[in-house]
Design a protein around this ligand. Structure first.
Ligand code: GLN
Length: 476
């Protein structure tokens, strides 16, 4: 199977297609399908065509261009793009135009990438359905009565519906992998510290990581190589050089040792369980050894994640005060009232809920009982997963315990019901590990099922190679 980037890169290189023609064909499809899908918040047609023209001019001048040159892509709307509206799907940033590019965006541009526009998300990345957006819900292209997942639902829907070749997303607790599972795309969340967070608008800084949503593992590897570089602007970004994921992609997995995380299969819907176990079986036929492992303390991961994520969110979102960024509420007669009105009118319910939860767990008297305890548990979980990853090469689990939810399915339920669905994706963020979701079958309604592979810290290239071995030998 040839990846989509390599396919278009070849046509562009042979001048059978110009970057402008390719970009225009994507813009035409966006004009046709986006009104129903609502994957894009902003379409930057003129900007994209200008980038495409610049690539065409360089090619005509005989320059040898990188693979990503002229390939149309999209960026999640919580990643800063200079001169282009960046809303975080929030009313509070409905007028925010960044004055600089995120490091990852800068890298895509340096490779000649064509940025079609900004894709929808749950406000500030908080949610698992892409319904918590001030700009309306995104629909799943596989079944439009369903959600694409979240929070990077717009990016996954855009890639699945071919409204972009690939998407940059962010993953704090599953936001790249879970929508990829729901839309049938590949979603790769790199190790914490692989990709600079410079210009990624913070939700929970110790968990956030930029990554890729793409049609194939090969595409994800090409994009990862372009964006995963040291960056002094992010102190948590590793200064070490990274091996090329693309160059190391084609590998034999004979003798590979895979640990199937038994805890995450307990009580699982049998259709999902069968599909994921069949994927493990497929690895066996490729010569890998699959053993069942138990991750201790995994039952604690959801409270740990939601305490830490909300605490960090409460702190990060305190900057939206109507003074420094975004929209300021009108009609206030004092500073206090202005801040209060701005935040009350500007944030949606889910964001407010998390700010309140976060401030609660950080408040004196509760700090030790919640925040400090969650930090201690986090260290325990890291030790557990690191120990497991010393005994195997990678871990295998479902990405989500279900296929795509119906639109509005959680409306009448407690918000905790939605949080519970993040069980299989959050351990990776809490522990800072790399993980990938890739399609491994469909349920009885034809909805995609996601297989998740979790790798060793900074062994991202190895993980992509294992995933590629699976994907290239098990099509259809
Ligand atoms: N669903 C998770 C949350 O709401 C993950 C979101 C994300 O990764 N941005 O926190």
């Amino acid at each position: 199977m040839v990846g989509k980037i390599a396919y278009y890169a070849d046509l562009l290189r042979q001048k059978q297609l110009s970057a402008r023609e390719l970009t225009q064909s994507y813009l035409d499809r966006i004009a046709r399908d986006n009104p129903a899908l609502n994957a894009y918040i902003t379409v930057a047609a003129d900007f994209a065509l200008a980038q495409a023209d610049a690539v065409d001019r360089r090619r005509m001048a005989g320059e040898d261009l990188p693979m990503l040159a002229g390939i149309p892509m999209t960026v999640k709307d919580n990643i800063s793009t200079k001169g282009i509206l960046t809303t975080c799907a929030s009313k509070i940033l409905s007028n925010y135009v960044p004055v600089f590019n995120a490091f990852a965006v800068e890298r895509i541009y340096a490779n000649g990438g064509v940025m079609l526009g900004k894709t929808n998300l749950d406000e500030f990345g908080m949610g698992s359905t892409c319904e918590h957006s001030a700009y309306g819900a995104t629909r799943n292209p596989v079944d439009r009565t369903r959600v694409p997942g979240g929070s990077s639902g717009g990016g996954a829907a855009a890639v699945a519906a071919d409204l972009a070749v690939y998407a940059l997303g962010s993953d704090t607790g599953g936001s790249i992998r879970q929508p990829s599972a729901f839309c049938g795309t590949v979603g790769f969340k790199p190790t914490y510290g692989m990709v600079s967070r410079w210009g990624l608008i913070a939700y929970a800084s110790s968990l956030d990581q930029i990554g890729v949503i793409a049609p194939t593992v090969e595409d994800a590897a090409i994009v990862t190589d372009a964006i995963a570089l040291p960056d002094p602007m992010d102190a948590t970004c590793s200064p070490a050089s990274r091996p090329s994921a693309y160059a190391g992609l084609k590998r034999d997995v004979k003798g590979l040792k895979i640990g199937l995380i038994r805890n995450l299969f307990r009580g699982l819907n049998p259709v999902i369980e069968n599909a994921v176990r069949a994927a493990a079986e497929h690895f066996r036929t490729l010569g890998a050894e699959v053993v069942e492992v138990e991750a201790e303390r995994l039952d604690l991961v959801l409270p740990v994640y939601y305490i830490l994520a909300c605490a960090e969110a409460a702190s990060n979102l305190s900057r939206y005060d109507g003074v420094r960024y975004g929209v300021r509420a009108k009609g206030a007669t004092s500073f206090e009232e202005m801040v209060c009105k701005t935040r009350s009118e500007g944030f949606g319910d889910e964001v407010k809920r998390r700010i309140m939860l976060g401030n609660y767990v950080l408040s004196s008297g509760y700090f030790d009982a919640y925040y400090k305890k969650a930090q201690e548990m986090r260290n325990g979980l890291i030790a557990d997963l690191d120990a497991l990853l010393r005994s195997v090469d990678c871990l295998l689990a479902p990405t989500v315990a279900s296929t795509a939810f119906g639109i509005g399915e959680f409306n009448s339920l407690s918000p905790v019901e939605m949080y519970l669905t993040d069980l299989c994706t959050v351990p990776v963020n809490v522990c800072g590990l790399p993980a990938i979701s890739l399609p491994c079958g469909k349920d009885e309604k034809g909805l995609p099922i996601g297989l998740q592979l979790i790798g060793k810290r900074f062994a991202d290239a190895d993980l992509l190679a294992y995933a590629n071995a699976y994907q290239t030998t098990r099509e259809g």
